[in-house]
Design a protein around this ligand. Structure first.
Ligand SMILES: [Zn+2]
Length: 365
């Protein structure tokens, strides 16, 4: 039976559990201080645990909290792995790099975005170039985040969104909503405004721990898309490339490839995959990465939670009395606190990490 007690009830508890588990496992930890504070004034940081030889040529990486509140899931897995597997799961020459709470602001505030309002997984674009356009988002921006959350305003906004969805179809609708946009800093799925602290921190981690290694496998933990409790490994390699071959060799037939249209994810630009791919390049380093996306509740309830969260931080008071129910809805949407869901997270997480450890032993494919 998995040890579901590795999951935490708050960001601060998650960090404490992670640091304690890392210490007991014999991992070396490094702290990256975030300049913002949590809702209770608590200090925030991304903490990194390295387990294995310093000169390892093969590294398996897990990342939690790319989308803030989704960190409850990834953190719970990271702690469980450190407590139940640890060094015993690492062959010679292989290390584990556990990146805990890469977006600690979002984790602590029960939000998906960073302190800059960024969707981190849309932020790894080249900020020196013009941002990608999202014409669809421009059309529906004011209906996605209306000025108030009264039933009348929401009903009117939903009618407009429904009409737009009918006009363009489901795929174009979800791409407009969630594919990423670079025009509305207070809106949903915003990726612009320069590299966020979390983006810069992930680059610093890659520079310090991953550059020059022969084989690096990365599993980035997410929640909110797909069937309840199922973990889908989503990848973004171009078809026919060594990376595309490796993800299938590592993780088998359950891997979905966005370039083959196999996943429901509509993310297109600025993914963490592209950020790491720019700094860890073949042939010096073979990077094999997937987004591990665990299903929770339906997409529509997710949109409602995003809308209320964006409204709270644009028009409302994030520390006022209206904040409580909005944060509770966000938390439930991205972290179903049931034992069966946590057990599914752990089972699948251990399976994919074991496959990644075996995968990096294979070298070039
Ligand atoms: Zn996510």
């Amino acid at each position: 039976m998995p040890t579901i007690h590795s999951f935490a009830a708050s960001y601060a508890e998650a960090r404490d559990k992670f640091l304690a588990a890392a210490r007991i496992a014999g991992a070396a930890t490094t702290r990256f201080d975030n300049p913002s504070r949590g809702p209770a004034g608590e200090a925030l940081s991304c903490d990194v645990a390295w387990l294995g030889p310093d000169d390892a040529t093969k590294v398996v990486v897990t990342i939690s909290s790319t989308h803030g509140v989704e960190g409850y899931c990834g953190s719970g897995f990271q702690v469980d792995w450190l407590a139940t597997v640890g060094a015993a799961g690492l062959p010679a020459g292989t290390a584990a790099l556990w990146v805990h709470a890469i977006n600690p602001y979002g984790f602590a505030w029960t939000r998906r975005v960073t302190e800059e309002g960024n969707d981190l997984n849309r932020n790894y674009v080249d900020h020196g170039k013009p941002y990608p356009a999202n014409e669809g988002y421009l059309e529906i921006a004011d209906f996605l985040v209306p000025k108030d959350l009264s039933p009348a305003t929401l009903a009117a906004a939903d009618e407009k969104l429904g009409a737009y969805r009918k006009k363009v179809g489901d795929i174009a609708f979800f791409r407009a909503v969630s594919g990423g946009q670079y025009s509305h800093p207070d809106g949903l799925f915003f990726g612009g405004g320069g590299p966020s602290w979390s983006n810069r921190t992930l680059h610093a981690i890659a520079d310090r721990f991953l550059k020059g290694r022969a084989d690096v496998a990365v599993i980035d933990f997410h929640t909110g898309l797909g069937p309840y409790g199922y973990g889908e490994p989503i990848t973004h390699y171009d078809i026919g490339t060594p990376g595309s071959r490796r993800v299938r060799a590592f993780w088998g037939e359950s891997v979905t490839e966005s370039k083959r249209g196999q996943t429901a994810s509509q993310a297109r630009d600025g993914l963490g995959h592209y950020g790491l791919n720019r700094v860890l390049t073949e042939p010096a380093t073979r990077l094999t990465m997937c987004t591990l996306e665990y299903g929770t509740f339906d997409r529509e309830s997710g949109q409602k939670a995003f809308r209320a969260d964006a409204w709270l931080h644009k028009y409302g008071d994030p520390l006022g009395k209206e904040a409580g129910p909005i944060r509770a809805a966000m938390r439930r949407q991205f972290y179903p606190e049931t034992d069966d869901w946590k057990e599914a997270v752990l089972f699948r997480g251990h399976q994919l990490v074991r496959q990644a450890v075996a995968g990096v032993q294979k070298g070039a494919l």
